[in-house]
Design a protein around this ligand. Structure first.
Ligand SMILES: Nc1ncnc2c1ncn2[C@@H]1O[C@H](COP(=O)(O)OP(=O)(O)OP(=O)(O)O)[C@@H](O)[C@H]1O
Length: 652
């Protein structure tokens, strides 16, 4: 079995895993029948381990605070001495100590299921723990143990807000263990960032750590060994941000390592001729907006691709003069115009992006959150700005780039947790070599799932949503209405108002009040409308009246292209054995069904009637296949780029 705490490789100065060689399809196929079942078996924690931790914990409960501190020191010392592979008995002791400290500092003692989840993470697996099972607390067992063993731990969260929130909540526990814990605040200075990464346990979004790694790579300037890096640090005073990539625990691992993996991370600087660039984007928009679908270009909404027709090419030939000199050669012009067409036809306001303070800000399709510090690459961001007639930002020059897939492969040890891993188990194994292990629930789930209802028209759907919300909230149940876009939240809000239902809206456009709105969402009779940003990590606590009335009811008003995201939303109800229910109220006009639903949806929207579950499942499977294809393609491009870079002498 692999080491629990792999020792340094890639040099003690900046420990990280070596770049992994690309595996052939045949190798992967063979592995999935040979290595994977064995790894899954090895990674599955035994229930006896959890039982031993609980029984050991009873002994620690009798210790005074001073005696407990002494035990912690002893265990930390033995863990460090054990190096890569501590004995099972030592891990039992360490888990029991962390658990006892959690009981004293947080008033929560880990359940057996949380112990199993954390053990699977130490075994280098993805632990699938259902929504609401307490992953945030479970992670402290794995993070605390690894940090006591002397490893620098990164707890990677789905976004910056969760990083700050979880570090804040769990800091007292880590402090009690004699460990330091910090969270990365976006936009902090390099010195601050270096200080944060100096802590034993760092909570951060994947993007923050990956960008810090990219900056370090640029600073290393191709030197990767200890001597080169040490010399650079000494003679050129180059200070790196990270102490390497040692031990990562990824919370909401499918969101971070699969969903985010569709966007490459690019470290860039502004170019010298910004004004001409802006001019080119405006002219390209002017040309593209005159072109007609079908005649000048063909649009493949499914694959999000645009192809120019011969008539389109003729149109471009006639418009060349409108572009600045550098953009006139045919391949560059074609590319620029296709980007402008994509901005016009495939990127929608209040769905893919919002406008805030005269700026285009991207909305993450999976989390519903605005990502102010991200921009689309290859001129798309500027094309969207030209379309919205706002100031055009400068298209930046790339210094270094990496995909999440390649970034996470560089950790010496990685493990993760999520409520929804099964759907992506194949991808976890082929891309990251991570087996998925299912952990049982602490209490039996009492959540009821009603069959989905699909209406022909969106208006009928919204009326039904309002009626359901009114009916259930009058009975004293809190209702959470999940939407996919900011625009849909507004539509839902308008209908609810028209039906006289008091409600609150939580959306990407106003996430400042998030904590307050969530705190109220579990009150008896409360109705809350939220984009899927109220999915992962949102813990809606019920009051007694709400629990007695039947708990939270989640209404999903549009299915996401990934089933996991829907399961996350439904998972806000019926947590920790609470009562609760969920249902989907949809329409054939929803984008998933109209794009991926096939002929059935077409006839449904034309002739009316109701669709069945199988139509939905088919549409989602199609969309998921498309996304897997897109991610594979990105990884291939990234690997190709790395090979080209390796050829020019920068192998990292
Ligand atoms: N051992 C425990 N004892 C008592 N309460 C607990 C325990 N562990 C977790 N909880 C409570 O369970 C609730 C859910 O926890 P948390 O939000 O971490 O779940 P989660 O698994 O991350 O859910 P999701 O996947 O939906 O984000 C919280 O209110 C938390 O305080």
């Amino acid at each position: 079995m692999s080491d629990t705490f792999p020792t340094h490789s890639g040099g003690a100065f900046y420990p990280r895993a070596a770049v992994q060689p690309k595996k052939s399809k045949l190798d992967l196929w063979v592995e999935s029948f040979t290595t994977l079942p064995r790894r899954r078996l090895q990674a599955r924690p035994s229930r006896i381990f959890a039982w031993r931790v609980l029984s050991r914990g009873r002994k620690f409960a009798d210790l005074t605070d001073d005696q407990l501190d002494a035990e912690i020191k002893k265990v930390a010392h033995r863990l460090r001495a054990a190096r890569a592979k501590p004995r099972e008995a030592l891990l039992v002791q360490c888990f029991a100590l962390v658990r006892e400290c959690a009981g004293r500092e947080l008033g929560l003692r880990h359940y057996a299921t949380q112990i199993l989840g954390a053990r699977a993470v130490l075994n280098g697996a993805v632990a699938e723990m259902q929504t609401g099972e307490g992953k945030t607390l479970a992670i402290t067992l794995a993070a605390g143990t690894a940090a006591l063993a002397g490893r620098r731990v990164h707890v990677i969260t789905a976004n910056d807000y969760l990083a700050g929130r979880d570090a804040e909540t769990m800091r007292v526990l880590y402090t009690r263990l004699g460990l330091t814990c910090e969270a990365v605040v976006p936009d902090c200075s390099n010195d601050e960032r270096r200080d944060v990464f100096d802590a034993d346990i760092v909570y951060a979004s994947g993007k923050e750590v990956a960008f810090s790694f990219l900056r370090d790579r640029v600073a290393m300037g191709g030197r990767t060994g200890d001597i080169g890096l040490g010399a650079r640090a000494y003679f050129e005073n180059t200070q790196l941000l990270l102490p390497g990539l040692q031990f990562a625990i990824v919370d909401e691992v499918d969101s971070v390592m699969i969903d985010e993996a569709r966007t490459p991370l690019i470290l860039s600087v502004p170019p010298s001729d910004a004004e001409v660039e802006a001019e080119a984007s405006r002219s390209a928009y002017a040309i593209a907006s005159q072109m007609r679908e079908g005649k000048d270009f063909r649009l493949d909404r499914l694959r999000r691709q645009i192809e120019l027709t011969p008539a389109g090419h003729d149109h471009l030939d006639e418009s060349t003069d409108m572009m600045p000199e550098r953009w006139r050669p045919t391949p560059i012009l074609d590319d620029t115009i296709r980007t402008a067409l994509s901005a016009i036809h495939l990127h929608n306001l209040d769905e893919h992006y919002i406008l805030r303070d005269g700026k285009v800000e991207i909305v993450d399709e999976y989390t519903g959150r605005v990502m102010p510090d991200r921009s689309w690459s290859a001129g798309l961001h500027q094309a969207v700005e030209a379309k919205e007639q706002v100031d055009i930002t400068t298209r930046r020059v790339t210094l270094a780039q990496i995909t999440f897939q390649r970034f996470f492969q560089r950790y010496l040890h990685i493990g993760g947790m999520t409520g929804t891993a099964t759907e992506a188990a194949g991808e976890f194994w082929t891309v990251y070599g991570l087996p998925v292990v299912s952990i049982p629930t602490h209490k039996r789930s009492r959540r009821r799932t009603y069959p989905p209802q699909v209406f022909a028209r969106a208006a009928t759907k919204w009326a039904r949503v309002a009626k359901r919300a009114k009916e259930l909230s009058t009975k004293g149940r809190p209702v959470l209405i999940g939407t996919r876009t900011v625009a849909a939240s507004e539509a839902a809000s308008a209908v609810l108002t028209a039906h006289g239902v008091t409600h609150r809206v939580l959306s990407a456009a106003q996430d400042a009040d998030e904590a307050a709105i969530i705190a109220d969402a579990g009150r008896s009779g409360a109705v809350t409308v939220a984009t899927n940003m109220a999915g992962r990590g949102t813990d809606i606590l019920l009051d007694d009246q709400a629990r007695a009335a039947g708990g939270l009811h989640v209404i999903m008003t549009e299915c996401h292209s990934a089933r996991r995201i829907d399961r996350q939303l439904a998972g806000r109800a019926g947590r920790q054995g609470d009562p609760g229910s969920s249902e989907a109220i949809l329409s054939a006009e929803d984008s998933l069904l109209s794009e991926f639903g096939g002929s059935f949806t077409n006839s449904l929207s034309r002739f009316g009637g109701r669709a069945t579950l199988s139509v939905l499942t088919k549409a989602q499977s199609r969309a998921e296949r498309e996304h897997v294809r897109a991610r594979k393609k990105l990884l291939e491009l990234d690997e190709q780029l790395a090979e080209n870079l390796a050829f020019t002498g920068t192998p990292e």
